[in-house]
Design a protein around this ligand. Structure first.
Ligand SMILES: [Zn+2]
Length: 275
């Protein structure tokens, strides 16, 4: 068998190597593939069309136009660098655990491109405590891969202002959004943070929503350290944990001081105090 080369990888990128399920052994020959896959046909304006075009009709138009801009402004000018990224793999040094909130995009806030951040986002940027039982641990799985597979050197828990997950936790009479009440169960992870905040309100004078957002970040950092390999690597100074908080209204980024657990402005270093 011929050894796979980097040039083979380039062929993959160009779409010349097509694998489909076959009628017998599950593998189709190249000739079979060529005869079966929808072949592009040239349209009157020279572009290629495949199939009925139904997907383009139902796919959000804003995303399609955005993709077109991406192709022209980001992909094509950086094609070689992106090819290298595809061929040689990702090597991000930082894992960001952020919120699903559409206003808080780690790549935008930190102005980084593809391959620079490994990001997992969930409601309220929470990290569950380490546990070996249970079925599906999405955030823990991403953490495991980032630490063991990618060997990231930093983990940033990125909270944010006006977090809906935090607000839902603070709303005592919030009704479940569906019978499954997935959010309700998920944000019970904040209960220890709320107890800590009630017993030791380090952020004196902050409005309650922001204080709870800070407390949630601290709790996620605490939960990260319940993963034995995170704690071990941190002790050996091979992994650093950070708390951060972003406000899209002011554009401010605040960083948590690891010694005091207080949040400081990332540019002025002024501590965040209540008003
Ligand atoms: Zn949020």
């Amino acid at each position: 068998m011929r050894r796979k080369t980097i040039e083979d990888g380039r062929e993959d990128l160009l779409g010349l190597r097509v694998v489909s399920c076959g009628p017998s052994n599950g593998v189709m020959s190249m000739s079979e593939t060529k005869n079966t896959v929808n072949k592009p046909s040239a349209s009157s304006d020279g572009r290629h069309e495949v199939g009925t075009g139904q997907a383009q009709m139902t796919f959000p138009a804003d995303l399609l136009s955005g993709y077109s801009r991406y192709r022209n402004k980001s992909f094509l000018p950086n094609k070689r660098a992106l090819e290298d990224l595809a061929i040689y793999g990702q090597k991000p040094k930082v894992l960001v655990i952020g919120c699903c909130d559409s206003r808080v995009t780690p790549e935008g806030i930190f102005d980084v491109g593809p391959g620079e951040l490994f990001v997992v986002r969930n409601v309220a940027n929470l990290v569950p405590p380490y546990e070996e039982h249970g079925d599906y641990h999405g955030t823990s799985a991403a953490l495991e891969f980032a630490v063991h597979g990618l060997k990231v050197e930093h983990i940033v828990v990125l909270g944010h202002a006006r977090c809906g997950g935090i607000a839902a936790f603070r709303a005592e009479d919030a009704e479940p959004l569906s019978p499954g009440n997935f959010i309700g169960k998920w944000i019970t992870l904040l209960q220890p943070a709320a107890r800590t905040l009630a017993c030791n309100p380090v952020d004196h004078g902050l409005e309650p929503q922001m204080a709870m957002e800070f407390a949630g970040i601290r709790q996620s950092l605490k939960n990260l350290r319940t993963f034995p390999w995170v704690e071990d690597l941190e002790t050996k100074n091979r992994l650093a944990l950070h708390g951060a908080w972003f406000d899209i209204r002011s554009g401010q980024l605040k960083l948590m001081d690891p010694e005091t657990a207080l949040f400081h402005d990332a540019e002025t270093n002024q501590v965040v105090v209540g008003v």
